[in-house]
Ligand binder design. Structure first.
Ligand SMILES: C[S@@+](CC[C@H](N)C(=O)[O-])C[C@H]1O[C@@H](n2cnc3c(N)ncnc32)[C@H](O)[C@@H]1O
Length: 232
């Protein structure tokens, strides 16, 4: 279906050119994130059964999708970046995993063929959309999930006191430099400046408006949010 002229054009998102950074992505992520710990806490909430299906939006290099594939029948791993998808596909082949479908598409454009999925996940990707379009993306994810299906959203979401933003960001960027070096601090500063991260109360409201109950949430450094949700 043609994309209307007024719709947010997803490939124009601010931030990294993911096709260009794919080769170094996994190594760089593991320097600053506990990737396996993150995967395990999501899998623990999803509590997948062997016959179930999972949709991951913004799969990137597919680390979560590949791990989830061991616990369910099929994973639909969707991303805008063909470079990321190709890389993830190679990893699947190298690990002898054949039940992950890597599919090109965006939050606003992905068309799911097949029955609704049992679970959905998106990690560090929704901030690529401005808030109105985040709401649409969440509605679309809810539309693809079975009633009672589990949804896990992790992203850069601000949960600090917004009135203190100057002191907060200065301290956060200084700490990022200590944790991940100057380049990581620059990426974090660019994120704050240009990308569409929103506030926790807005994100929570959008999740609920999309038809989910937030069962619990976790926040790290006032900067990373994780929401465990059930479709009502
Ligand atoms: C920071 S990476 C996160 C990848 C992976 N989920 C992770 O946790 O490491 C963001 C990913 O979202 C994808 N992306 C950006 N905008 C998107 C959109 N509108 N729809 C779907 N994927 C998108 C990018 O191509 C990229 O692979």
């Amino acid at each position: 279906m043609p994309i209307p002229s007024w719709q947010y054009h997803e490939p124009d998102h601010p931030g990294a050119d993911f096709d260009a950074i794919v080769e170094d992505y996994d190594r760089n992520m593991r320097k600053v994130r506990d990737v396996d710990g993150e995967i395990n806490e999501v899998l623990e909430f999803l509590d997948l059964k062997p016959e179930q299906t999972v949709l991951e939006m913004g799969t990137g290099t597919g680390e979560f999708a590949l791990a989830a594939s061991r616990w369910c029948s099929r994973v639909y791993a969707v991303d805008l970046s063909l470079g990321m998808l190709r890389y993830a596909q190679k990893k699947a082949a190298a690990r002898d995993i054949s039940n992950v479908e890597f599919l090109p598409g965006g939050f606003l454009t992905y068309e799911h063929h097949g029955p609704p999925v049992d679970a959905a996940v998106t990690q560090i990707a929704l901030h690529h959309l401005p808030d109105f379009w985040k709401q649409i993306a969440l509605l679309r994810i809810a539309g693809l999930l079975k009633e009672g299906g589990r949804f896990c959203l992790r992203d850069v979401v601000y949960s600090f006191e917004a009135a203190d933003y100057q002191a907060y960001f200065q301290k956060f960027i200084a700490q990022a430099s200590i944790r991940g070096g100057d380049e990581f601090a620059r990426i974090m500063a660019d994120h704050v400046k240009n990308e569409y991260s929103t506030l926790d109360w807005i994100m929570r409201g959008m999740i609920e408006w999309a038809g989910f109950e937030v069962k619990s949430s976790r926040h790290k450094h006032g900067f990373f949010g994780l929401y465990f949700c059930i479709k009502l």
